[in-house]
Design a binder for this molecule. Sequence first.
Ligand code: C2E
Ligand code: MG
Ligand code: MG
Length: 690
Amino acid sequence: MADHIDFEALAGAMPDPVLVVDTDVVLHYVNPAGAEVFGWRPEVWLGRSILDLIHPDDVANVLSSTGTMQAKRIGTPVEVRVRLADGTWKWVEIVGYNALDIEGLHGLVVVARDVTRRRMWEVAGSDTVRFQQVVQHASSVTLLLDRDGEITSVNAAFTRLLGHDVSHVIGRKLVSFCTTDDANDLEFSIEKAGTEVKPVSCEASMRHVDAARPPLPMRFEIVNLLDDPVVEGLVVTGYDVSDLHHARRTLEHLARHDALTGLANRSVLLDELERVVDDHRNAAVVFIDLDRFKPVNDLLGHESGDELLRKVSERLLDSVRPGDLVARVGGDEFVVVAYDLCDRVQGQALCDRIDATLSMPYLLIEGPVRVTASVGLALVDDDATVTGLLADADLAMYEAKAARRGEPERSISQRQRNANERRRLADDLAAGLGRGEVVAFLQPIVSMELGATTGLEALVRWQHPERGLLTPAAFLDLAEDAGLDLLLGDVVLRSACAAIRDVDPAVSLSMNLSVTQLADRALCDRISGILAEYDIDPERLMVEITEHATLTRRAGGGKVSPEHTLEELRALGASLCLDDFGTGYSSLTHIRRYPLTAIKIDRSFVAGVIDHPEDRAVIAAMVGMAGALELEVVGEGVETEEQLAALRTLGCDKVQGYLIARPLPPDQVGDWMRTRGRNWRAPSSSSRID
Ligand code: C2E
Ligand code: MG
Ligand code: MG
């Protein structure tokens, strides 16, 4: 080491800023660290008062510190804000040393230290105590994770919900508390959050400390604050979503099961048959129809009818092997799918067994009854199709029924006659579509809050020259079988557009789409063409799809997936509504797949909202679910004031139904909009002025 210290070099080597000022705080020297910390070149400030660099609120502190320094040699340290070259402020602690009498200095030496970071901690700290209390007592879980996903802080909600003691939680990974099934997903989400600026959300089932308790489904939001100097971690907020899961399960069960008997419903059956056919699995399909069910209902009342159907279901379940499927597909119709059964002898034995069990007397509360069943069999073979199998089993059942009555020929010829009639009707429809017999009736959709008409739903009607006005039930499937439904869709849209030409552009137009339309590559182009013809903004269009339509898989032949068509329509500006909600597979995952804006609660639930608590509960669950997904809820089929009031209480946004208006013929739409458009209950005042 040198025996003589070079003080210039010393000042240059100091990591903290060192300044020398005179008694007027005019700057005479600044070391390189000072220039670097404050960001300006020394020439700019040499010879000027450093007070110009100090925040106006802190000037008094500096002056008082220099005052004490003149008397005491070492001044009191003060914290002040110094203006940097870029105009921002930096907190520094400065302490002065009186070197006025020291040879070679003759000034006040000021040493400064950057304390910005510490100040931030202090500011955060003063808020932290209060905030900690808030977080600690919040109902949602709040956790802080480090870069490796290990928990560094946790609030009381975690212990309250899952029972784990805080001391066992800190330092462990969050994923170690979730079920093995969800561990990968959660881990992935945490890793993803660590690399992204956007918050990441995920769901995971979390284990309770008491292993006997079921895991708790939780939704997590992870926010990346790893680069925040105060937090330096991932902030995780978690909510208990078991209510939502429960609602989801109830809906899924309801959507797949018949409420009365608890058996699988038609959609499950179709799904299952599709699988059997795809897998070429050996199976027998048995169609069962009760022969004398109606008299039981009529003579003993509906309750006895229901009781009988429940007993029939139990007997059916008892007569098949575990794993076979029993579905209720209509009022008194059932279908059994018996697996691994490949020959007709075995199949017939099963049919006989079912026939025999169902024919035994039933002891109902009202007294004993006896019904018989007609049973028909179809076997899955190599070129089986779902509709073919059901039709074969149905036909066999029909023949059995006719044989029982001793009238085989007539029944079969009746079916033949039906087929001929359908063919004739299909020819009529093709001609009628060209002759303008098919039109759209429009049913108002009103806002619950205002009573104003916000939309009109196009519902197809066929003015048949001989049979009168026909509703879709009479001809829609016919149109589909005859390949006329794309044309029908276009005709309906044109008719609806013409009818709403003079209607307020704020009113939307809803149209129903069939399975075939959804699979049509050119649908979106045609729709946009028709809308343009009538000068109607595509934003006004609301497309209604049923869950069944979106689920039906159609392959090949230039067909596209429903998702593709729906995305295209969305891009065009149209909104999407899921129609008949609750009657298909209403699973959340399924709903999330589509860019929906609204759901329409099926009329069967609305019909039961007053008398059946289950229907009410299901609607409540649907409204809750829609709320969570920010979807609008429309209640359809409202026929009474009581139903309207109940839907209002349950939180429906919009309603539609005979109470408000039946579907209106096109020429009555303008009139409705003028007189009832603003409030469906009362003719509006404007109509009186007119
Ligand atoms: P949706 O779309 O669910 O239409 C609602 C149905 O409920 C309509 O039957 C309507 O007339 C009826 N409705 C409305 N309010 C009430 C009420 O208060 N009480 C009762 N009991 N019924 C009410 P509609 O017109 O017979 O149509 C039946 C179904 O046919 C529609 O169900 C829709 O899925 C389909 N559909 C109708 N028009 C078209 C169309 O142009 N294209 C396609 N692909 N399907 C259509
Ligand atoms: Mg509809
Ligand atoms: Mg509907």
